[in-house]
Design a binder for this molecule. Structure first.
Ligand code: LCV
Length: 260
């Protein structure tokens, strides 16, 4: 795999994002490698998986590769899109997946770590949720992945509606991050949690992980409501703003959103 590195220590498998020159932007190639690495960890019967980036990285991941976003007239986040596939792979991996964060986390990468089972972070790291910067018609599965945990709805709305990063300390208080550490203590602390999990009955751990996933998916959303939201999403991804947001990013200028 070109875009991730993997290693195992006992029953702990570590997947390291290794595309720093592209800010670990979640391109379809990088995502295919992450999914392949997760499948390898399952095959090797790892009992805990750590998802991290290279030590010392400034940007954990710049989120979805914006170059791969459609410029309107097409749903940017549907079932088979890379971001949806990698998040399902994390959620359905029998072993708990722990996100170990250094640097800044953006957009789809934030949803990805929120879909991990635990998050531990360097106290200098930050977290941002960015669809409104780009006019992206975020999908209901993605929104659900951010609210299904018990983190503060007000903080999630602040993240979504301002797209401003929040500190690791605020993320910890909001229940987004399990615990923050000084960088020199982070790796040992995460490995300690992973090794404790590896001493537990893996079948019981996997069952409870799957029960928690299924329960968190239980939602009173009716087909009619889903279709209504999909209709609104089409208006968003067909809008002037959906194209303007992406154009502005690559033209390195502030977007001018018209609400049309
Ligand atoms: C492609 C990039 C990216 C990138 N893709 O370096 O959640 S949603 O709905 O928004 C979802 C669709 C999503 O996840 O969208 C992506 C959300 N991500 C962001 O909003 C982060 C965008 N990037 C940045 O704000 C900055 O790049 C950070 C702060 C991450 C790093 O800033 P820094 O000054 O170190 P540059 O901005 O100069 O970026 C270096 C190169 O990487 C490209 C960017 O266009 C630039 O390319 P050029 O060197 O060709 O100019 N780049 C950055 N992020 N997500 N390409």
């Amino acid at each position: 795999m070109s875009y991730v590195k993997t290693e195992t220590k006992g029953f702990v498998g570590t997947i390291t994002l290794n595309y720093g020159k592209k800010l670990n932007a979640l391109s379809s190639e990088l995502i295919d490698d992450i999914i392949g690495a997760i499948k390898d960890m399952e095959r090797l019967k790892m009992r805990c998986v750590i998802l991290r980036a290279e030590p010392g990285i400034k940007v954990f991941s710049a989120g979805h590769d914006i170059k791969e976003l459609p410029r309107g007239k097409r749903d940017p986040l549907s079932y088979k899109d890379p971001l949806r596939r990698v998040i399902r792979a994390i959620q359905k991996c029998p072993a708990p997946v722990i996100a170990m964060i250094e640097g800044t986390v953006w957009g789809g990468a934030f949803e990805t770590i929120m879909s991990c089972d635990m998050v531990f972070a360097d106290k200098r790291s930050t977290f941002a949720m960015t669809p409104v910067n780009l006019g992206v018609a975020y999908d209901i599965v993605g929104v659900h992945n951010l609210v299904r945990g018990d983190c503060s709805a007000h903080i999630i709305k602040e993240l979504f509606f301002t797209a401003r990063p929040i500190s690791a300390e605020r993320a910890e208080r909001a229940g987004i991050v399990n615990r923050v550490y000084d960088i020199e203590d982070l790796e040992a602390a995460v490995m300690d949690v992973a090794e404790v999990i590896c001493t537990k009955a893996p079948l019981s751990v996997a069952l409870i992980k799957e029960e928690l996933r299924v329960l968190s998916e239980a939602s009173p959303l009716t087909p009619g409501e889903f279709q209504r939201l999909q209709g609104i999403r089409r208006t968003v991804y067909d809008s002037h703003d959906a194209k303007e947001g992406i154009d502005a990013f690559f033209e390195k200028r502030k977007p001018v959103f018209t609400g049309e």
